[in-house]
Design a protein around this ligand. Structure first.
Ligand SMILES: [Zn+2]
Length: 49
């Protein structure tokens, strides 16, 4: 699972794939993966950009 965050209003949504639109403000294309809130192992072992 990953956390996706709306760049516009800051709403967060948990899911396996990127939401097409924000559940709160309904803006499309604003959802970005929020690595800092990821529910993964938390050891920063994920590949960096
Ligand atoms: Zn939003």
């Amino acid at each position: 699972m990953a956390i996706f965050k709306c760049e516009k209003c800051g709403a967060t949504k948990e899911g396996r794939c990127k939401p097409k639109k924000c559940p709160q403000c309904s803006e499309t294309g604003c959802m970005v993966k929020d690595e800092s809130q990821s529910s993964g192992c938390g050891c920063a072992c994920k590949s960096k950009k």
